[in-house]
Design a protein around this ligand. Structure first.
Ligand code: HEC
Ligand code: HEC
Ligand code: HEC
Ligand code: HEC
Length: 343
C-alpha cells in the first residue's frame, strides 16, 4: 500500500499539524505541497520528516520557503519501486516554465528508476487530458489534485495511463490496484469508495477527530475586517442591484443559522465565506455567510481592477454542489434553485 495526497493544507498551523498527524496514522507516504501551503510549512515539515511523509514541491531558485524540498521521490512498496512526481508550486505563471522543465526531467528519471510512476498535478481535467498523450509512457497514473472541482474521480484510461480525480472534502476514497508483470505494469484497475454511512467510521480515528475538532473550535480565530478578506460592501459600491438581491437570499444569513456551539470547522466550511477562504471566522458587519467572493473567486483582483474578471470557477452548477451536496441538501436542483438567487 502507498498513500499519496495532493496537498492543500489548512492555512492554520494547528489544523495543518493535526492533518499531517492524521495522515501519518493513515499510512500516507507522499504529499504534494505548493504556494498556498507555504505559511504552514515550517510547522508541517518537521512532523512530515519525522514520520517519513515525503513533501513534494519544486523550489524555484531564490524561493527560501520551499528550499530543500524536491518535486519527486521514489518509495519502496512491497518490493516495487514507486516514483511520485509533482508539478506543484501553486500555479503562478512566472514559475510554470521552471516547474515544467524540472518535472519533465524528473519524469524521465522516474521512468528509468521506478516500476510505477505516479504524477500529481493541480491542473484542471481538460488540460490534463490533453497533456497525457504527450507524456505518453513516462507516466502510469496521473492524480488531478484540483479538489475544488466536482469532476468525476473515477479513472479515465488514456493509452496506458490512468487519470484519476480527487473528491471534494474527502468524501470518496480512490483505490488503484496495480498488477505487475516482472517490472512492468500489466494492469491498472481503479475503483472509488463513497465514504457515506455504508462505510463505518474507524472508532480510534473518530475519537482523534472529535478531540481535534474540540481543540480546533477553541482556536478558530475570530477576526474583524482584515485586508486579506474581500467583503460584500466592497462590491456594493459598483454592483448595488446584485447586492440588494443577494441580501434577500438565505446566503446572506448562513452564519446566523449556526448556534454558538456550531461555530466549528464542520459547519463553517459551508456557512462562512471567511472561513472557507482563510480559515478565520470574520464576525463583524458584512461577513455574514455565503458572500460574493464564495462564488466569484477572482473578486479580489477584480475589485482592485474591474477590467479583470471576477469569474466563477468552476462552472456554476458544479460550484453549488460543493455545498448543496447529497448529505446537506438532497433535493438540490440547479434549475429551481438558481432562479431563487439570480442577480
Ligand atoms: C470599482 C467598481 C467595481 C467593484 C468594486 C467591483 N466590480 Fe464587479 N464589475 C465592475 C465592472 C465595471 C464590471 C463590468 C466589466 C466588464 O464587463 O468588462 C464588473 C463585472 C462584474 C462581474 C461580471 C463579469 C465577470 O467578470 O464575471 C462580476 C461577477 C462582478 N463584477 C463581481 C464583483 C464582485 C463579487 C465584487 C466584489 C468583490 C465586485 N465585482 C466589485 C466594477 C466593479
Ligand atoms: C459555500 C457554500 C455554498 C455554495 C457554494 C452555494 N450555497 Fe446555496 N446555500 C448555502 C447554505 C449554507 C445555505 C443555507 C443558508 C441558511 O439558511 O443558513 C444555502 C441556501 C441556498 C438557498 C435557499 C434554500 C432554501 O431551502 O431556502 C438557495 C436557493 C441556494 N442556496 C442556491 C444556491 C445556488 C443556485 C448555488 C450555486 C450558484 C449555491 N446556492 C451555492 C451554501 C452554499
Ligand atoms: C457541505 C456544506 C454544508 C455543511 C458542511 C453544513 N451545512 Fe448547513 N446547510 C448547507 C446547505 C446547502 C443548506 C441549505 C439546504 C436547504 O435549505 O435545503 C444548509 C442549511 C442549514 C440549516 C437550515 C437553515 C434554515 O434556516 O433553513 C441549518 C440550521 C444548518 N444548515 C446547520 C448546519 C450545521 C449545524 C452544520 C454543522 C454540523 C452544517 N449546517 C454544516 C450546507 C452545509
Ligand atoms: C451562490 C453563488 C453566488 C453568490 C453568493 C454571488 N453570486 Fe454573483 N453570480 C453567480 C452566478 C452563478 C452568476 C451567473 C454567471 C453566469 O451566468 O455565467 C453570477 C453573476 C453575477 C454578475 C454578473 C451579472 C450579469 O448581468 O452578467 C455580477 C455582477 C455578480 N454576480 C455580482 C455578485 C455580487 C456583487 C455578489 C454579492 C453581493 C454576488 N454576485 C454573489 C453566483 C453567485
Amino acid at each position: 500500500v502507498v498513500a499519496v495526497d495532493g496537498g492543500g493544507l489548512p492555512n492554520d498551523p494547528d489544523r495543518a499539524s493535526t492533518l499531517i498527524q492524521a495522515m501519518t496514522s493513515l499510512g500516507y507516504r507522499a504529499m504534494a505541497v505548493g504556494e498556498p501551503d507555504k505559511r504552514v510549512l515550517p510547522i508541517v515539515r518537521p512532523i512530515a520528516e519525522r514520520n517519513g511523509i515525503a513533501l513534494l514541491a519544486w523550489p524555484v531558485p531564490g524561493d527560501a520557503d520551499l528550499a530543500g524540498l524536491q518535486g519527486e521521490t521514489v518509495l519502496r512498496v512491497e518490493g516495487a519501486r514507486v516514483a511520485v512526481v509533482t508539478d506543484g508550486t501553486g500555479g503562478r505563471a512566472d514559475r510554470s516554465a521552471f516547474v515544467e522543465s524540472a518535472r519533465d526531467a524528473a519524469l524521465q528519471r522516474a521512468r528509468t528508476q521506478a516500476d510505477l510512476v505516479v504524477y500529481i498535478t493541480h491542473r484542471p481535467r481538460a488540460e490534463v487530458l490533453s497533456m497525457v498523450p504527450q507524456l505518453g509512457s513516462l507516466v502510469d497514473i496521473v492524480i488531478r489534485a484540483d479538489a475544488l472541482s466536482t469532476d468525476p474521480i473515477e479513472g479515465e484510461h488514456i493509452g496506458t495511463t490512468l487519470v484519476l480525480g480527487t473528491a471534494p472534502r474527502a468524501q470518496q476514497l480512490g483505490v488503484v490496484r496495480v498488477r505487475f508483470l516482472g517490472r512492468h505494469v500489466a494492469e491498472l484497475q481503479d475503483r472509488s469508495v463513497v465514504l457515506d454511512t455504508a462505510v463505518p467510521d474507524d472508532s480510534e480515528m473518530m475519537a482523534f477527530v472529535t478531540q481535534q475538532r474540540r481543540a480546533a473550535a477553541a482556536t478558530i480565530r475570530r477576526v474583524t475586517a482584515t485586508t486579506s478578506l474581500v467583503s460584500t460592501t466592497e462590491c456594493a459600491a459598483c454592483h448595488a442591484a446584485q447586492m440588494a438581491k443577494w441580501r434577500t437570499t438565505h446566503h446572506a444569513h448562513a452564519l446566523e443559522s449556526l448556534k454558538e456551539s456550531e461555530l466549528i470547522d464542520e459547519c463553517l466550511v459551508c456557512h462562512s465565506s471567511s472561513y472557507r477562504q482563510r480559515q478565520v471566522l470574520a464576525i463583524n458587519g458584512p461577513y455574514v455567510g455565503v458572500e460574493c467572493v464564495t462564488c466569484h473567486l477572482g473578486a479580489l483582483q477584480h475589485t482592485r481592477n474591474p477590467s479583470l474578471p471576477a469569474n466563477l470557477k468552476p462552472l456554476p452548477s458544479e460550484m453549488c454542489l460543493q455545498c448543496h451536496d447529497a448529505k446537506h441538501d438532497p433535493k438540490f436542483d440547479f434549475k429551481t434553485y438558481w432562479p431563487q438567487i439570480v442577480h
